[in-house]
Design a binder for this molecule. Structure first.
Ligand SMILES: Cc1cc2nc3c(=O)[nH]c(=O)nc-3n(C[C@H](O)[C@H](O)[C@H](O)COP(=O)(O)O)c2cc1C
Length: 406
């Protein structure tokens, strides 16, 4: 996560938290009245895990953004801010905005919607209300406990004429020519069905979703349900572009494709002619046959240990557990004396077996096959000593992982 400052409307500077990979499709989050960006914390996590880049913005007068001394918190100042932020982003985001944020986003996208954003999600956005309901909503929002160090300038949530807002929203709706999701369920829905339905009907490309059982706000009361609906919308309207390898493409892309297969991690060991232990980290391990008992690993022809492994009469395959990640790095890296820093014992066939492995296979060389820039080393299992109670070290998409059960 990094903090970024955007130039807003006038001399106002706005703060945002940016998370996720810069190449992933962007989502701009705009919080509502009586909140700061902290309200989105769980949503941010879910979006990043789903492969999105998230820009989580504080509105002026909220959190880390400027609190203008002049008290310029009218809707047009906010709209100017958001248009300025959208113009500074490298790609068109899907804008996800709640309550007051929804007003700002809808009005900001009234002009040039499709050029500024890839989609719009309006959450619990009230469209007009009788003054009594508006007052009640305002009071409840102001009573909300603040999240973390969430703070806002009280002037920022003062007097907005909801009837004026209603008229402006109804005027803006037909111009919002981008994929839109309207999510209701919180207080924004209460007592304003008529104007909301009118607004929804004017949206050119919208789907309306109702989330049940929210008390005040969908985002805070029904976070997981909201996230599920949001991700469904994003998968359909802002699909992540699939990467593609074709014969002749660069090896890096193929490696990324192969990395989609989750594996364990092994260290393959043997002794050279002088009886000195050698070994390297390999995740190309596969069980091959039960009868006879065979397994294989693929070894790069260019590996320093390749000539020894190719010739060795016996070799060991040590399947690593979570605490052996340092050993995995050591046996994949250069320079360090791999065996000096790793406790090991010779097996019955003399091959080095690493202490504490999940399982150590001792193998006799069965066959060596050509495999392009690797060779396929097939071993006949002579003995397997294993420890059933440890968790495996995993490798997926170029990173170590652990088992995670929810
Ligand atoms: C998780 C992981 C899996 C690896 N899998 C293999 C493999 O299956 N085959 C291989 O030849 N190299 C593999 N490598 C790379 C070797 O471990 C690395 O190139 C090592 O430095 C080779 O050592 P050497 O040159 O001393 O033989 C892997 C590395 C890592 C980190």
């Amino acid at each position: 996560m990094t903090l970024v400052r955007f130039q807003g409307f006038g001399a106002t500077s706005l703060e945002a938290e940016v998370s996720g990979d810069e190449h992933d499709p962007a989502i701009l989050l705009v919080h509502g009245a009586g909140q700061t960006r902290a309200v989105w914390s769980v949503v941010v996590e879910g979006l990043v895990q789903a492969g999105r880049r998230v820009i989580n913005l504080d509105l002026r007068g909220h959190g880390g953004s400027d609190w203008p001394e002049s008290g310029a918190y009218d809707l047009d100042a906010h709209v100017g801010d958001l248009r300025a932020v959208l113009a500074q982003l490298g790609s068109r985001p899907v804008v996800v905005a709640a309550t007051l944020g929804g007003w700002i986003a809808a009005l900001a996208l009234e002009t040039d919607a499709a050029n500024l954003a890839a989609g719009l999600v309006l959450v619990d956005m009230p469209v007009g209300a009788d003054p009594e309901t508006a007052k009640r909503i305002g009071e409840r929002l102001r009573q909300q406990p603040s999240q973390g160090d969430a703070r806002w300038d009280p002037r920022a949530v003062a007097h907005l004429d909801i009837e004026v807002v209603r008229q402006r929203l109804l005027r803006a709706a037909p111009a919002l020519v981008l994929p839109t999701q309207v999510v209701r369920g919180g207080i924004g829905w209460v007592g304003q069905a008529a104007s909301s339905i009118e607004f929804d009907a004017l949206l050119p490309n919208a789907e309306v979703v109702e989330v049940e059982d929210a008390d005040l706000l969908v985002v805070t009361d029904r976070t997981e349900a909201f996230l599920g609906r949001l991700l469904d919308f994003l998968e359909r309207k802002q699909p992540r572009s699939a990467a593609e390898f074709r014969a002749g493409s660069d090896a890096r892309t193929l490696r990324d494709a192969m990395g989609c297969f989750a594996t364990g991690v092994t260290i393959v060991t043997a002794c050279d002619a002088q009886g000195t232990p050698i070994g390297l980290t390999a995740n190309s391990f596969t069980s091959v046959s039960l009868d006879p008992p065979l397994l294989l690993v693929c070894i790069a022809n260019t590996a320093g240990t390749a000539p020894i492994l190719r010739e060795a009469s016996h070799f060991g395959v040590n399947v690593l557990q979570t605490s052996q990640q340092p050993a995995s790095n050591r046996f994949a890296g250069k320079g360090e004396d791999r065996f000096a820093a790793t406790p090991w014992t010779p097996g019955e066939t003399g091959v080095p077996l690493l202490d504490g492995s999940l399982v150590s296979f001792e193998c006799r060389r069965h066959a060596v096959h050509d495999g392009g820039d690797h060779f396929i080393l097939v071993g006949k299992v002579v003995r397997a000593a294993f420890e059933p109670r440890r968790d495996p070290l995993l490798y997926f998409r170029g990173k170590y992982r652990r088992l995670h059960f929810t």
